[in-house]
Design a protein around this ligand. Structure first.
Ligand code: ADP
Ligand code: ZN
Length: 679
């Protein structure tokens, strides 16, 4: 029997299991009932796909998302696995093919849409074939109380019983009630082995920034990430349309998506997003559930989401391939007002409303946090053992100040005006501005009038926003949004408690969102050539780019620069089948073609320097792993090579001035030789 580790490499092309995968796979493979709770992007498909190949027989996968099934089947086939699907989207002849594969015992993984489970034809075929295991994706769909309830899921328990096979269920929903319902309805009460794993997604960079000209903040962010696929979540439908338009006008490939569009138009956006490289989708939360694109490089929240759960789910769509991904959440006092009103004006009973306020508070706490976002976020999901270093606060710990005095002044202004006014007017009072509104209400006579002159308007705004963030004050619907003090503020008002606020927020709002460099300058040209090749292949085959190779795989290639198929097979994400199909093509890109087509080289075309450039490139290729071919790959970028060709250094010292000492060690002498040969 082949080992799990061998299959992992040969079929899926991965070198290591992700946290938790190994244990789940072992349990599933040994025929136990399993309930695994894993966050989106945690890699749960592998946990039923790999066991399906370890043993013989057929694994039946039930999933509510047709697009996702189709993608997985396509991915499995590309990796050389016999997989098929039965959904309402299949043609009769496709279904016949699948049926005959089942009957002949060739099929290893069969994806079935839940609504097809009722068909007696399918039930009969399954009963007669060698089904070894049932795998249920998005298992929380069996829960009547969740948002995603699918009545068809109730059939699964019966099917398991009639087939008499073990079942493994997967979900990203961690709460206890849902777990209990899943156990009851899918496993008939028989206790499955429960795994709860890894809500941390360490590859996702977390950051929050207060709104300060948000349109420009978003433009800056997107400008720096041209060519990367990303999602911008907005609070309203109208905003998705206007923002998408603005992005287009700024030259970005972008479109909008919301629940008000008809199904066909939404489908077009979904499939464009999967197929096109670097499309920016501006969307409401309606976008996501059916989108299984592993190489989304960033997610921006143009408005604050409604709860910490939504936040987690939405940012979780980025970087599912495990590669570096970024998130940015913009927030401001308006968002807080908007979300609070939404809860207050909703139809839910009052205990539910206060629970919703509570969950929103957790998100606000995250936005105004003073230390590590990840620690804060995962604490909420019950995880404590977290290492981060990949969030804005770990990177730049915020400056703080004792805000007690300012907060008390603000609270006093609120109380003395009977909690009827909004931020703008309150700041006028604090700063002692004689506006019309101030004199109309006689507020210049208040003892608080002008007590806050020491701070400017921007700073006061930041303080009010943080007070809302700490839930010391809330906008009151019944008072037209006037700010009302909450119980939580009392101890501060009474001087029993002090409060620390962030000072740097105001400065950092102007910060420039530079891109984290994924790779060094030296590797960038190779990576972009690899991506171009991937795009061409994907377009030719009409499949999404990541079906060929993920970003992470291409980055690995550009850094490790395999010289032959053996080395290529060591790259993360290159399985046997893909090695056979694409190995040589990508090797060619890495080891030659790239720089010939490089624009720097083109500029030199026809000149003596052009010839020299080619010679340098050939020399560099020979020495890229040192004279014995065993050292770490090293190379000079196209611009460096063209500089050498033009400047023609005469000595190693001069050479080192251009390419630095390390590269001079490796290439210097050989480059000088080459230069002498041409001139
Ligand atoms: P989900 O848990 O949301 O269903 P998937 O199963 O789609 O997530 O996996 C998310 C991504 O992680 C996919 O691109 C998959 O190829 C990748 N992945 C899964 N397991 C591994 C692994 N052991 N090593 C590297 N990448 C993995
Ligand atoms: Zn952190």
């Amino acid at each position: 029997m082949v080992s799990a580790k061998t299959l992992l490499k040969d079929v899926f092309g991965f070198c290591e299991f992700r946290p938790g995968q190994r244990q789940i796979i072992d349990a599933v493979a040994s025929g136990e009932n399993v309930l695994a709770i894993m966050p989106t992007g945690g890699g749960k498909s592998l946990c039923f796909q790999l066991p399906a190949l370890l043993n013989d027989g057929l694994t039946v996968v039930i999933s509510p998302l047709i697009a996702l099934m189709r993608d997985q089947v396509r991915g499995l086939k590309a990796a050389g696995v016999a997989a098929g699907a039965i959904t309402s989207g299949n043609t009769p002849s496709e279904i016949d093919t699948v049926f005959s594969q089942i009957t002949s015992g060739d099929l290893r993984l069969l994806y079935v849409a839940p609504e097809r489970l009722a068909s007696s034809k399918i039930q009969n075929i399954l009963r007669k074939s060698n089904v070894r295991c049932l795998a249920v994706d998005e298992a929380h769909c069996v829960s009547q109380w969740g948002h995603d309830f699918r009545p068809d899921y109730l059939m699964i328990g019966k099917l398991r019983h009639s087939l008499g096979v073990p079942l493994c269920a997967f979900t990203a929903t961690a709460d206890n009630e849902t777990q209990q319902e899943i156990i009851e309805r899918l496993f008939g009460g028989a206790d499955p082995k429960v795994f709860l794993h890894g809500f941390d997604r360490p590859n996702i960079y977390l950051s929050f920034v207060p709104k300060d000209n948000p349109r420009i903040q978003i433009m800056n962010f997107v400008d720096k990430r041209k060519g990367q696929s990303g999602i911008i979540y907005c609070g309203t439908r109208a905003k998705t349309e206007s923002l998408a338009q603005a992005l287009q006008e700024a030259g970005h490939n972008s479109c909008y998506y919301h629940g008000g569009m008809d199904a066909d138009r939404r489908k077009v956006v979904e499939s464009r997003f999967v197929l096109e490289d670097g499309l920016v989708v501006v969307a409401t939360v309606a976008f996501g559930m059916g989108v299984d694109k592993p190489d989304i490089r960033w997610v921006v929240h143009a408005d604050l989401p409604k709860s910490i759960e939504s936040y987690y789910q939405e940012i979780g769509r980025a970087g599912r391939d495990g590669g570096y991904a970024e998130t940015l959440t913009l927030y401001g006092a308006d968002d807080i007002r908007f979300r609070r009103n939404q809860i207050d004006e909703g139809l839910a009973p009052s205990n539910r409303k206060s629970a919703d306020h509570g969950r929103f508070n957790v998100l606000l706490g995250l936005a105004e946090a003073l230390e590590c976002r990840r620690l804060n976020l995962l604490h909420y999901f019950g995880e404590t053992n977290i290492k981060c270093g990949n969030c804005d606060l770990c990177e730049r710990p915020p400056e703080t100040f004792d805000g007690t005095e300012s907060v008390r002044k603000a609270l006093s202004a609120i109380l003395r005006t009977d909690q009827y006014f909004g931020v703008g007017h309150l700041i006028d009072i604090l700063q002692g501005n004689f506006t019309e509104k101030v004199s109309n209400h006689g507020h210049d006579k208040l003892p608080t009038f002008g007590v806050g002159k020491e701070l400017n308007r921007v700073k006061w705004k930041a303080i009010f926003r943080q007070m809302m963030g700490h839930d010391l004050i809330r906008p009151d619907v019944e008072r037209y949004g006037g700010l009302r003090m909450t119980e939580k503020a009392l101890p501060i008002l009474r001087g029993e408690l002090s409060i620390t606020l962030r000072a740097d927020i105001i400065k950092s709002a102007k910060r420039d969102y530079s891109v984290k460099t994924l790779i060094s300058d030296d590797d960038a040209p190779v990576l972009s050539a690899l991506k171009a090749k991937r795009r061409a292949l994907a377009e030719n085959a009409g499949v999404p780019a990541y079906i060929i190779f993920t970003d992470k795989t291409l980055i690995d290639m550009s850094q490790r620069r395999p010289l032959n198929l053996d080395e290529m097979s060591q790259i993360n994400g290159v399985g046997t089948k893909k090695l056979e199909k694409f190995g040589t093509i990508f090797l060619a890109v890495i080891n030659g073609e790239v720089d010939h087509m490089h624009p720097r080289r083109q500029k030199l075309a026809g000149a003596k320097e052009g010839e020299m450039y080619d010679l340098l490139l050939a020399v560099q290729f020979k020495l890229s792993r040192g004279p014995l071919g065993v050292e770490k790959p090293l190379s000079c970028s196209a611009s460096l090579l063209s500089k050498i060709a033009k400047l023609k250094p005469k000595s190693l010292d001069e050479m080192a001035k251009i390419i630095g000492p390390k590269k001079t060690d490796r290439f210097g002498a050989a480059f000088l030789d080459a230069l002498n040969n041409v001139t």
